[in-house]
Design a binder for this molecule. Structure first.
Ligand code: FAD
Ligand code: UDP
Length: 393
């Protein structure tokens, strides 16, 4: 940015303005260029515009706002999530209250079944999962002994395999986790950081909720409507179908907030950081209900990992129903950073470049290479905004 500033100033003083009369001749039209209109970019844009009175240009190369949380009505009028199921959950009151300025909510507790050994059983594994799978009738105390009898002692829990095998042993690990993880990540759980599978607890009670956070809800009118409300401010201009590299020379901005992939920003100087991608296969069925749960996970025999039926999430009343299958793949839009030691090492090098890049803030799941949920992105963006605001006064 610093280098660009002087270049832009030079342009605005003479040569460029005579050669190309349509070039803007003021030094800065916008205070901030925000790359990406997902959670991370939209939160910072909203804060800068409304709290700090800054002029903000948000660009996204896609044809819509909302990033991966974008939802829309499909051709049958069913509200669907274009990039797979997004369920909002958080323990942070600050995050929940912040987002509540832009949307009313619909209470929603997510539940998932896993297709294992020809049966549909609750995941996370709980008392009912075990009793149904093995035809037993254990209670909460007995199941603790059952888990203990299966668990393999592991001294240092490092990998995602260790997390499960040390708690419930190899058989349940293989039924519920190994196949799913290999499909999802293209890696064996033993090659992935423990934090990945640690997202899924093991329970001794009958709680079949996927999340146990204090706040669990869906934006009543959808995520996209919430983003529209966030970005609807006279100080915010949104430019879609635009890669920031197409306009950052022509539209001078004082500073930049970047929420795209960090390795791409630095032209892959230290190599490509792996991001896992997905193919989404959307379908609409001429029946009001397709499956017995909002999401069914398929750990083993299928090429896809899970099937989501959106009406459970959105509460929409419709005679048809829309679903999505997720097929993991290596190439394509970057959806998931891949948490494992060698990737974290490469990211550290990019982090050093990010820290040294003056006038550019790196925020979000792709730019900080963190397997963050939506609420974590909001929390991180609010923190970065506060840092920017302190400097900007
Ligand atoms: P993104 O949403 O990826 O936004 C980045 C934006 O930057 C994109 O729109 C991109 O087009 C744009 N961009 C990138 N490069 C450029 C460029 N050069 N020029 C212009 N624009 C650019 N989280 C939950 O809390 N609950 C869930 O249930 C959940 N489910 C998920 C399911 C799936 C399949 C996936 C992939 C993620 C899920 N998440 C979920 C995570 C959630 O999607 C992310 O935490 C969040 O959307 C990340 O927001 P972000 O703004 O950091 O990034
Ligand atoms: N996982 C699994 N089996 C399941 C559910 C999850 O092995 O039935 C593992 C898998 O590695 C997955 C990770 O746990 O990628 C995190 O699951 P989550 O549902 O949180 O994934 P996300 O919604 O982020 O895709």
């Amino acid at each position: 940015i610093a280098a660009r500033d002087s270049e832009d100033k030079a342009n605005s003083k003479g040569a460029a303005s005579t050669q190309a009369p349509n070039i803007i001749t003021r030094d800065f039209v916008f205070d901030y260029l925000i790359v990406g209109a997902g959670f991370s970019g939209s939160v910072i844009a909203e804060r800068l515009a409304t709290q700090s009175g800054k002029k903000v240009l948000v660009v996204d190369k896609r044809n819509h706002i909302g990033g991966n949380a974008y939802d829309h009505y499909d051709e049958h009028g069913v509200l669907v999530h274009k990039y797979g199921p997004h369920i909002f959950h958080t323990n942070s009151r600050e995050v929940f209250e912040y987002l509540s300025r832009f949307t009313p909510w619909r209470s929603y507790e997510h539940r998932v079944l896993a297709s294992v050994d020809g049966q549909l059983v609750p995941i996370p594994i709980n008392l009912d999962t075990i009793n149904k799978l093995y035809g037993m009738s254990l209670n909460s105390l007995e199941i603790q002994d059952f888990y203990k009898s299966l668990a393999e002692p592991i001294e240092q829990i490092r990998t995602s395999e260790d997390v499960v095998v040390s708690k419930v042993g190899r058989e349940l690990y293989e039924k519920f986790f190994r196949g799913y993880t290999r499909k999802q990540w293209g890696l064996d759980p033993s090659e992935l950081d423990k934090s990945v599978i640690a997202r899924i607890p093991t329970r001794t009670n009958r709680d079949n909720r996927y999340f146990t956070d204090t706040y669990q809800a869906m934006p009543l009118h959808g995520f996209t409507r919430m983003f529209e409300n966030m970005l609807n401010h006279p100080n915010i201009k949104v430019m879609l179908n635009t890669d920031y590299r197409e306009i950052n020379k022509a539209i001078p901005c004082r500073e930049m907030v970047y929420t795209g992939p960090v390795d791409e920003f630095f032209d892959y100087r230290y190599g490509k950081l792996p991001y896992r991608s997905l193919d989404f296969k959307h379908e609409t069925h001429n029946t009001s209900v397709f499956q017995p749960a909002p999401v069914i996970n398929y750990p083993n025999e299928h090429l896809y990992t899970r099937v989501t039926e959106f009406k459970y999430l959105t509460g929409q009343d419709h005679s048809k129903t829309s679903i999505v299958y997720e097929f993991p793949k290596a190439e394509g839009d970057p959806y998931y950073p891949v948490p494992r030691p060698e990737n974290n090492e490469m990211y550290k090098q990019y982090k050093a470049l990010s820290d040294a890049a003056s006038g550019v803030y790196f925020v979000g799941r792709l730019a900080t290479y963190k397997y963050y949920n939506m609420d974590q992105c909001v929390a991180q963006a609010l923190t970065v905004y506060k840092q920017i605001a302190v400097k900007a006064v």
